[in-house]
Ligand binder design. Structure first.
Ligand SMILES: *Cc1c(COP(=O)(O)O)cnc(C)c1O
Length: 362
């Protein structure tokens, strides 16, 4: 067996320990005599796992009792619709700060349910190279919420400091940087993330909602898309994605064992400094299009002098055991996605490859 370094943007690398544990437990889950895929979601064994998962997530995120956590399906993409479906309506308006492709999709859904204001956008010539500054935001103090994308997986930008929206709660798509750094939950009313980047496999989406925001949610939306349904039934209204939640539970346990978010943030900062240092120190061979104070510490995007060299870089990288270096099809170039499961050593190795490649091709 030869496992390679994995830089896919999502689904993405999982900690090896998590996979090994899951393999060891595949045939029997918690002494139940059956696998987790064959266990009733009403069994004691599953119920414990389910509640532990929610508890671990709240603990790692530092969420108080005023937050409810849901384990849903449909991906972050369904949350683009569920957030406005539950919170917008006649006479209500939401602000959206547009920093990339995922935000565009969120806005498209929200417009189906109520008034949407784009409080700022950093789009220029079809691309996004930065996060807006506070003074660029045209915020509506009467907005029901203000939506942001905390990390732009495709364009490689990240809110290094969250916007100040006063008393308007932030609704954040944190799919690609959740649990990568310490975040003060206070300004957030809704946080959601598809699991397949930093939390586990695809198939489960974690949604945290603050009590005062939940209280504003409509009661008249269709049952399965209504936040009240899932909060009232502790995400057990219908059959949850048990296997995905089982892996999520293991990833959260692993995250805690690493020393939690604070420890992982230190490693993530070191990874970012290493790779951006290599890009900036390459005498222009590698070029990151993102403005320095907006750079993502999860998805690092950069270009080479020609598209031919980029193709060669991806192919030689793959041959050397570095998987998934190709940039998103909409922007091209190279992307190194380095979520929590990619340790510092993995980034040292890819940076070593980058240095060799630059010296052989410049
Ligand atoms: C991957 C991603 C999505 C899409 O998630 P799905 O679970 O596939 O719907 C949405 N937002 C961001 C920021 C992402 O990185």
């Amino acid at each position: 067996m030869a496992r390679v370094h994995n830089y896919y943007a999502g689904p993405a690398a999982l900690p090896l320990e998590v996979l090994e544990e899951a393999r060891a437990e595949l045939l029997e889950f918690r002494g139940s005599g059956v696998s987790v895929m064959e266990t009733s979601h009403r069994s004691q064994e599953y119920d414990d796992l389910h509640n532990e998962t929610i508890g671990l997530f709240k603990e790692l995120m530092g969420l108080g009792d005023n937050f409810k956590v849901m384990l849903l399906q449909g991906g972050a993409s369904l949350q683009f619709a569920m957030v406005p479906m539950n919170l917008l309506g006649e006479g209500k308006s939401a602000d959206y700060i547009l920093t990339g492709s995922w935000g565009k999709k969120a806005i498209k859904e929200a417009r189906l349910f109520g008034a949407v204001r784009v409080a700022a956008t950093t789009e220029k010539d079809g691309v996004f190279r930065r996060i807006p500054r506070q003074q660029e935001l045209a915020l509506d103090p009467g907005a029901v919420y203000c939506h942001i994308t905390s990390n732009n997986t495709i364009f490689g930008t990240q809110w290094r400091q969250f916007p100040d929206t006063g008393s308007v709660p932030l609704a954040a798509d944190m799919s690609s940087d959740i649990l990568s750094r310490k975040v003060d939950p206070a300004p957030f009313g809704i946080i959601y993330a598809g699991a397949q980047k930093n939390l586990g496999p695809s198939g489960v989406t974690v949604v945290a909602i603050r009590d005062d925001v939940l209280a504003k949610c409509r009661k008249d939306t269709t049952t399965m898309l209504n936040y009240h349904t899932h909060v009232d039934k502790n995400s057990l209204f219908n059959t949850p994605p048990c296997l995905a939640i089982y892996i999520l539970h293991k990833v959260l346990g692993w995250t805690k064992a690493q020393g939690g978010v604070e420890s992982l943030e230190k490693i993530n900062d070191a990874k970012g400094e290493l790779i951006y240092g290599a890009i900036d120190g390459s005498n222009g061979f590698y070029n990151c299009p993102v403005e320095k104070d907006s750079r993502s510490y999860m998805n690092v995007v950069f270009r080479l002098p020609t598209e031919e060299l980029e193709k060669k870089f991806v192919a030689q990288g793959l041959a050397a055991g570095f998987l998934g270096l190709k940039g998103h099809r909409s922007v091209g170039g190279i992307r190194v996605s380095m979520y929590n499961a990619n340790g510092l050593d993995s980034i040292k190795d890819v940076v070593g490859f980058m240095k060799d490649f630059a010296s052989q091709n410049s």
